[in-house]
Design a protein around this ligand. Structure first.
Ligand SMILES: Cc1cn([C@H]2C[C@H](O)[C@@H](COP(=O)(O)OP(=O)(O)O[C@H]3O[C@H](C)C(=O)[C@H](O)[C@H]3O)O2)c(=O)[nH]c1=O
Length: 183
């Protein structure tokens, strides 16, 4: 695997080493030792999540606050998504900035999102199966988030907004300024 540092400190694009032969492919989707060597971060994941969505479904921007904050290692098993990580770490020099990465079943690319980031994705293919590892357990009481179309973050979700499908919960998330005021 190779870890590519993004413009956001601690957030890495992970390029996996895929072994292909006449049967198909194999790759180590996570190796704690190699990950630490490449990123300088020792991560102990404790929970795996998986979701399945159709084209236009937009999940996010979510995070867990305080002690319940989660680092995530995310990838796509089937389909294609645009994955977004937003730096909302208090005092960060890149506060409010984001990275956008296309994760597909073909490229096997992963994104490592540190604690203190908001995360979301939109499905660009007909359907997508999304898998991610978390280094902290789900804590509903600590859930928070930022509205997907906040003008200060200014995410280009790549497809027409008429195709978007969000949960009622996500449509009521606060803007970055309101979120920041509560930090
Ligand atoms: C996240 C989570 C949810 N749930 C339950 C709570 C709800 O009854 C149901 C669906 O939850 P939600 O609508 O929050 O699922 P997503 O919109 O996919 O949320 C995720 O979307 C973005 C992309 C993320 O990065 C987060 O990990 C996570 O917030 O699963 C659990 O039981 N455990 C969990 O860890």
């Amino acid at each position: 695997m190779k870890a590519e540092q993004t413009k956001l400190e601690g957030c890495f694009i992970i390029h996996d080493s895929i072994f292909r032969d006449s049967r198909g492919y194999f790759f180590e989707s996570f190796n704690q030792q190699k990950f630490a060597e490449q990123t300088g971060q020792v991560v102990n994941f404790v929970q795996d999540n998986q979701s399945y969505s159709s084209r236009g479904v937009l999940r996010g921007l979510h995070l867990q606050k305080g002690e319940a904050a989660q680092a995530k290692l995310v990838r796509v098993i089937t389909g294609k998504v645009l994955d977004i990580a937003v730096d909302v770490r208090k005092g960060s020099p890149t506060f409010g900035q984001h990275v956008a990465v296309e994760l597909t079943e073909e490229n096997h690319t992963q994104l490592f999102i540190p604690r203190g980031f908001a995360h979301g994705f939109i499905v660009l293919s007909e359907t997508a199966t999304f898998f991610y590892k978390c280094d902290n357990f789900y804590n509903k009481a600590a859930e928070g988030g930022i509205i997907y179309n906040d003008p200060d973050i200014a995410i280009d979700w790549q497809i027409p907004s008429a195709e978007f499908e969000l949960s009622e919960k996500d449509l009521q998330l606060p803007g970055l300024q309101e979120f920041t005021a509560a930090l």
